[in-house]
Each structure stands twice: as C-alpha cells, then as structure tokens.
Design a protein. Sequence first.
Lengths: 218, 318
Amino acid sequence: MNGAGDKSLIEKLAATAVTAFAKVVTGVRGDWEGCLPDPRPRVYFANHNSHGDFVLVWTVLPAALRRITRPVAGADYWLASPLRRFIGERVFNAVLIDRNPETRQGDPVTLMAEALDQGSSLILFPEGTRNTTEERLLPFKSGLYHLARQRPAIEMIPVWIENLNRVMPKGEFVPIPLLCTTIFGAPITIADGEDKDAFLTRTRDALLALAPVKDNEQ
Amino acid sequence: MTATQQTLYLFGGLAAVLTLASLAGWWLARRDAKNHPGAEPNSVIVNLNTRIWAWWVMIALIGLAFVFGKSGVIVLFGFASFAALREFLTLTSTRRGDHLALAAAFFIVLPLQYYLIWIDWYGLYSIMIPVYAFLLMPILVALRGDTRHYMVRVAEVQWGLMISVFCVSHVPALLTLSIPGYTGRNLLLIFFLVLVVQSSDVLQYVWGKLLGRHKIAPLLSPSKTVEGFIGGVASASMIGSALWWITPFTWWQAGLLALVINLMGFLGGLVMSAIKRDRGVKDWGRMIEGHGGMLDRLDSVIFAAPIFFHMVRYWWSE
C-alpha cells in the first residue's frame, strides 16, 4: 500500500509546505455540515474550477485522514513535467487516470475501486474537467456512478469549494488572497436499482445545495 | 513618569482587569456546570470565555508591537488591514475582470499606504487612497473590458480600500503627529484610542446583557439596545476622561474626545452590520475566536480612527 509510512522526509516536507501555503493564501476552513471526519474509505466529490481544488480539500482534512486520502487526477496534466510528476505521484499519492480512452491501459473505475479496497479515501471531480464557464457546476460524467455501482457501500461525500475560482482565475498569475471555504455535505450511497441519470442528478443536486447563495450573481 | 513607565502601568492594569474577567468567567462556567450537571454548557458563558481568551491574545499582540515601537505598530496594523481587506472583498461580487484591480489593492495600495506612514509623508498618505486609488481602480477594471455590474464592482473595491486600509491606517498614523510637550509619547495616543473605543464595545455588550430592554436598531443589529448604548458610551467616555494623564488633553477634553470616538464607533458598528445584513452573513470571518472576523473587532475603530486623528491634528499638533 502506498501509505504515509513509505513517504520520504522531503515528500512530507513538500506536503506540509503546500498545505501551509494554501492556508496562508486562502485562509481555508472546512465546514463539516452534513457529516464528521471519519477514517473509513470514502469518496469526496467536489466542484472543479482550479488545479488547487484538491489541495484545499486535502488541507482542511484532519492530518490522519489526509494521509489516507488520494486525489483522482488526469495523468496528462500530472505526468507532463518532472516536478508535476513528483508532486502528483509522490507528495499527493494521486490516483492518476488516463483520460483518453484510446490510449489507456486499465479501467479508471477499477483503479479507484482498488484504492478504496486498500483503505484509501478518494477526492474526485465528477465534472471531469475544470469548469471555466459562468455555470456554477457542469453536468457530471458517469465515473461517479460506475464507482458507486462497483462499491455500493462506500459513502460519497459532496464537498463544495467556495471562492477558489476567484483567488486564481484561469490565465492569471497572481493569486488574490480571498477567503475560501470547503463545505462537507451529508453522505450519499447508491440505492438498489437506482439508474445512472437518477444517481448523477441526486449527487449533483446535493453538491449544488451546499453552495452559498449569491443574490447578485444573476 | 516616563512614557515607558506609563505604558507598563497601563498594560499591568489591563492584565488585572482581564484576570478579574477570566476569574468571573471561570466562576460562571463552574456554577453553570454545578446547577445543570450533565447538560450542555450555557452558550453565552462559553462565548464569553472564548471572547476573554481572545482579548488576552489581542492585548499580548498589541503589547508586543509596542515593544518594537513604530515599526511594530505599523506591521501590526498593516496585517490587520490585510485581514480586514480579504474579509471585506470575500463578501463582494468581484469577477474575473477585477483581477488586476484586486491584485493592485492587496499588493500595491496596501503596502504603499503603510510605507507612506512609515516615512511620515502626510501630504500623500492622506490622499493616496481617496484620490489616486479612487481613480486607478475604475481604470484597471475598465481596461479588462467586462462591464457587467461595473459600478457595483468598482465601488466595492473602493469601499474595501477605504474601510480596511485607509481608515485602519489612521491608527498608526497617530505616531506621525508632532504635539508640543508630548514628544516620544505618541504610542499612548494609540493606546487611548483603541482602549476607549474597544471598552465602549465591551461595556455596551455588558450593559446590554445586564439591563438591555429596548432595541435601538432592530433592523441592523438585533443585539444592540438603548440601555447598552447609553451605558456603554457613557462609561467608556468616563474611562477616556480618567485616562487624561497619558494624553496631551485636560480631563474634560479627554472625556469629550472619548465621547466623539465612542459615538463614531457605535455608528461604525451599525454601518458594518448593514453591510453584513445585505450580504446575508452574521460575522465577517472566523479569525478571532468568539468575536468573528477582524472586521467584527475593528468596525468601531475604523470609524473612530480618522476622526480622532484629525481632531488631534487640528487642535493639538503643530
């Protein structure tokens, strides 16, 4: 198992530096509204606006949970340079997914299910790509559903990440130190016979319901 | 008595008051636990004790800043401005097109304002934000070409800078005043301003909890009462008058100045409550345990500081 035990000192230091930096820039706080931290394997699924999204979720998790929680990320981005490879594979211990069905070797959902079987929790972005539109949340890809079908007992926790898109919009270089919040909702498990559309609608609605209301956005 | 001796006496006095408050809070919590065994602790008492603990931390930080003198105070209030600005702008409706303006506000305007106070350039620090930043912000936003809610977005950044940077910076700006016969003692003016205004907040809370019946601004701040307002402002103004010996003022002048800054502080609290109501939040942030955010603690000082600064500058400085 790729746990914390076999992480080298420099990897641990890098992890500490990244979470400390995230805290300083965003003052991020975790709000456990619908559930409490729990070491059992879980799937945290969140809205995706920025490459820093999983860092924020990771940062607000208690240290013991952080060690067993792995982000699911695109291999094309995280293997693109030696530095990214080090951060993605060694520091965050990411489950790297080849997003291109033509070239990929294993089934991504099987990879995720195996990580859960090994006792890890996952951070997943079911929109499948970063949302750079004016919409608050894109439609979900089917990965979340297939994972829930393969491991129906696993709790899926919606996590709304608020404000990070304002801290670091796409194409900007200087982060604006606005305050970010990550809101953890109530666990969802798939129901017997629940079909793909129903499950994806239910999970997406649960995530949107956590987003703070903004009356001036319309 | 030298300024250093006076400062030591003042911080000693504060520590004594806080010790009494901590003992009282401990006694209340113990009585509550005895009277209701097994029950959840009374939330008002828990909040009171967290607030008292936060006061220990805040006063320790101010004390530490005083040890380093001018540079310490400028750094302390620079950080306070930074925390306040991020709380303020977090609640606004900025868009991607504001990125440059926001970066300029945080990384150019804010440090520049405190630098100008550091080099004592009154002619520029008193107009840099109201004139130059006022004109620069709409230019930077316009250059990005996103006109949606343009006026609202620009006005919110300007408000953020005025409230969180310009007004707050008038606390350390007191160090730049040169008052005949008061050389080397200006730190005590900061002590006077902050202590009087903050004790007015605390005493309004205490009087309100003890005697409060009639709400004074139910639409803005449901916890503020007429009894709390009158009792708090009157008693804090008496504290101000009793502190005349650390200031360049006579006892009645100190009392009058204290009254003015307490009224400004109260009204500042109302204004900042109106903004929070509009944004649908109870507190500005969660930085200070039991109190809320930096702006929740500073709202009264923000409205009192520039007025206090200019009154002292007009009537006392040379």
